[in-house]
Write a protein that binds this ligand. Structure first.
Ligand code: ZN
Length: 271
């Protein structure tokens, strides 16, 4: 057993994997239902360095899904980043956590040298901007999100997705996940099931898929070569399948957005 803990049950991740994971820097943007579960799992897996960004404090309505939060946090109005920091340090006291209760756009210095960025935000515009930052800083981006729509009166369909994109490879726009139509939609639309419906078990499934994608990127065990991952969750039937929708056709030029494969990305994000 190392000073970091006993990782024998996940030693199949590869020789030295616990040191690799302990050295990894992850940035998590959005510490609600999805982000809190991703952070919790990353701590169990043994990731060593965290940057947590979310401007919000917990509200009563978050307690249905924010893992690690308590009624006392609601009473005190604890910052979400503080709750997640407590969760991480409770599991791995040796981890370093920089928790900032700010909009990520005001703290991009925390994203710059991350190895992987997780986006758990609402709305397409936020995702587009976050991926642009990830491209600028040359780091893979892992995005999760869920939605609930009313398919018939009183009949709801729960869906979600986990998408991993990497610098130079197809982006969310290449894949067709983002397009001019959904980017022009309102950030926080009032959907059929209220504002941004979220439930803990769907968040949990998507968080697990995100951590799985992260492990495939990072662990020495993995021989991961895919250009991207796009998994879709059918929350009613409880199935997860590769999206049939990628609009991307592999071309030598790879992603033409974000300044192209040799581009420097959006100079809004200073390096
Ligand atoms: Zn692209």
């Amino acid at each position: 057993m190392s000073s970091k803990g006993d990782f024998t049950r996940q030693s199949f991740l590869g020789p030295n994997s616990e040191n690799v994971l302990a050295d990894v820097r992850v940035a998590l943007v959005g510490l609600g239902g999805g982000g809190s579960q991703i952070a919790q799992q990353l701590a169990h897996v043994g990731v060593g360095h965290y940057r947590l960004l979310d401007p919000q404090a917990i509200e009563e309505s978050n307690l249905n899904r924010l893992v690690g939060a308590t009624q006392n946090d609601v009473d005190r109005g604890t910052a979400k980043v503080e709750i997640v920091q407590r969760t991480i340090l409770g599991i791995r006291p040796w981890a370093t956590v920089e928790a900032v209760q700010e909009k990520w756009q005001d703290a991009t210095y925390l994203l710059r040298d991350a190895h992987v960025m997780f986006g758990c935000v609402d709305g397409f515009q936020q995702r587009e901007a976050l991926e642009r930052a990830a491209r600028r800083f040359c780091i893979p981006y892992i995005d999760i999100g869920m939605d609930v729509i009313e398919v018939a009166q009183g009949n709801f369909a729960i869906s979600g997705q986990m998408i991993m994109t990497r610098p130079g490879r197809p982006c969310l726009r290449c894949l067709g996940f983002l397009n001019s139509q959904n980017l022009s939609q309102e950030e926080n639309r009032y959907g059929d099931a209220g504002i941004n419906p979220q439930v803990v078990w769907t968040n949990g499934t998507l968080a697990s898929l995100a951590v799985g994608a992260f492990i495939r990127l990072i662990a020495p065990w993995s021989n991961f070569k895919d250009d991207f991952t796009w998994l879709e969750l059918d929350g009613n039937n409880q199935t997860v399948t590769p999206s049939p929708r990628p609009a991307y056709e592999p071309i030598p030029g790879l992603c033409p957005h974000h300044g192209g494969p040799d581009g420097v990305g959006d100079p809004f994000f200073s390096l």
